[in-house]
Design a protein around this ligand. Sequence first.
Ligand code: NAD
Length: 467
Amino acid sequence: MADYRLLIGGELVDGDATMEVINPATEEVLAVCPRGSERQLNAAVAAAKSAFKGWAKTPMAGRRALVLKLADAIEARTEEFARLLTQEQGKPLAESTAEISYTAAFLRYLGGLDLANRLIEDNETRRVEMRRKPLGVVGCIIPWNFPVLIVAFKAPLALIAGNTIVIKPAPTTPLTTLRLGELCAEIFPPGVVNIVTDNNDLGGVLTAHPDVAKISFTGSTETGKKVMASAASTIKRITLELGGNDAAIVLGDVDPKAAAAGIFGGATMNAGQVCLAIKRVYAHESIYDALCDELAVLADAAVVDDGLMQGVQIGPLQNKAQYEKVKGFLEDARADGKIIAGGVVEDRPGYFIRPTIVRDITDGARLVDEEQFGPILPVISFTDAEEALDRANASPWGLGGSVWSKDRDRAYALACEMESGTVWINKHLDFGPNIPFGGAKQSGIGVEFAEEGLHEFTQLQVINEAR
Ligand code: NAD
C-alpha cells in the first residue's frame, strides 16, 4: 500500500493492518495508514534494544549532530508538514506552521544541551564522581493535540542522553509523525528511532514491556494512571505530563478589554485542546460583567472553519470522541450557567463547536470542575482573591494557572500560592525549551525541557574511588 510507513529497525515498513485517518474538518477519510501490531511493536523494541549499545557509545557530539540534522530536515519541509498537520489535526494552518517551527526550535535547543559529569569530591581519601548514563529503550507516547511538537519535547533529550526510542503517536493523528519517520530513517542509525502506530491498543504493551527502561507519556490523567500502574511491574522510570484545569484569577484592577484578549487566546488556541489552556476564569465582581461582555464579543467575532482556509482562528475539535465529550459539557453548561456567546454546534460536516462563554456558573458545575478540553469557557465571579485562590487550588490538577492584575506584588504573591507547576502573570500559555515544565498534583510526575528534563532520561551513577 501506502504512502505512509512505520519505522522499525531503520526500515520503513507497512503495518500488519491498516486504519483510516479522518480529517476532522470534513469527516472524510484523509488517508489510509499503517496500523502496527503487537508483533511490530515488539520488533521495534527489539531493534531499539540492539541499537542501544552502539548509540550510547557514540560520542555525545555525534548524537547531537544528528538531532540538529533532523531539525534542519523538518524545517525544510515546514509548509508540507504544516498542511498535513492541519488536515489530520484540525488546527488552523498558522498554528500548524507554528507547531512545525517550534518542533525544529525545540529539537535545536534541547538537542544542544550538555550532559557533563560532576566531580563531587577529590581529596587525599577519596575521589567521588557523579555521572549520568542513558537508561536504554525509551517509549514516547504522544497525544493528538500537538502530535509533532510533543515528539520534540521528548525525542531530542532521550537521544542526546544516549537512549534509543520507540514513538507511539495517537491513533487519530499519526500521519505527520510518520513523515517525520521518513526523515529519521535517513538520519539515524537503524533502530535508534522507531515509530509504531496503533489503534489505542499498543500503549499498554509498550508500558509493560520488560525491555523498555522508561516511558515518557503525555496524555490524560486517566491514562497516566494506567501507565503508572503498568510501569510498576518493572520499576520503569516514568515522566507523566497529564491533564490540567488551569484557572485564571482576574483581579478588579485590570482593563477588562485587554485582559479579555489575553484570556480568550489562552482559552481557545487549538480549539481549547491544550493541556495548559485556561479552562476556568475567576473574575472579581467589580469587573465581572465587563469581562464577560468583552469575552463574548471576541467569541462572537471568532472565525471558526476548516483550518486550511485563510483567516480561520479556530478549527474543529480533533476527533469524534472529543467532539461528543465537549457537546456533553455544552449541554450541562446550559443547565448550570448562562451561555452569552456560542453554544452552537454547527449543522455541517466536521467537528465544529463555536467558542462559548458561560457566565453565572460556579464551582461544582462539571464545566468548572473537570477538564473540558474544548472551546467552552466558564467565568466565575468572586469577591475576595484569597477565596478565588482556594477555589482554584481545590482542583486535583495543578498544571498551570495565571493571575491578572496591575498590582505586580499582589499578583506575584497570589502566583506563589497557586498549586501548579507553572503560573503566569498577566499572560497564559507562554513556554519554551529552556523553561522546565511539569505538573503538580494529578497533572503529572517529573519535568520536561531544559536540563531538568534531560536528567530524567538518565540514570545517575556515582563512582567512588579510594585514594
Ligand atoms: P489519552 O490519554 O487518551 O491518549 C494519550 C496517548 O496514550 C495516546 O497515544 C494513546 O493511544 C495512548 N494510550 C491509550 N491507552 C493507553 C494505555 N493503556 N497505556 C499507554 N498509553 C495509552 O489522551 P488524549 O486524549 O490523546 O490527549 C488529551 C489529554 O492529554 C488531555 O487530558 C490533556 O490535558 C493531556 N495533555 C497533557 C499535556 C501535558 O503536557 N501535560 C500535553 C498535551 C495533552
